[in-house]
Design a protein around this ligand. Structure first.
Ligand SMILES: [Cu+2]
Length: 125
């Protein structure tokens, strides 16, 4: 007499489950590459502007990092590269400006409205 209840589970089912789990994991890794800080090709860093000060005054990042400055002061400021590589418009409170550093080096910048406000981004290979 056959006892179907005890039929062993066919091997292909766990195999397919494993593959779909692996596919889901891979999809998660790929989508994470776009949004997270964990993958080298899509890193982000942030700095703030407050009380006439860039913070951190010196930021060290890897090549390819997108740096975003956010003005948390109650008056406008700009983020202007000393070598004219980039320059923001006047940033009002809570406005932000981003620039992606694609080559290693040290990048000095300042606020064009208050030139004594300075900062730098050190971009490592
Ligand atoms: Cu300023």
């Amino acid at each position: 007499m056959r006892r179907p209840v005890f039929t062993p589970i066919p091997a292909p089912i766990p195999g397919r489950l494993w593959l779909s789990a692996a596919a889901a994991l891979l999809a998660g890794v790929l989508s994470g590459a776009v949004a997270s800080h964990a993958v080298g090709s899509a890193q982000e860093a942030s700095a703030t502007i407050d009380n006439f000060t860039f913070a951190p005054a010196q930021l060290t990042v890897k090549t390819g990092t997108k740096v975003t400055w956010r003005n948390e002061d109650d008056i406008p400021h700009t983020v202007a590269s000393s070598s004219r590589l980039f320059k923001s418009k006047a940033l009002d409170t809570d406005d932000s400006f981003s620039f992606t550093f694609t080559a290693p080096g040290t990048y000095e910048y300042f606020c064009s409205l208050h030139p004594r406000m300075t900062g730098s981004v050190v971009v490592e290979p």
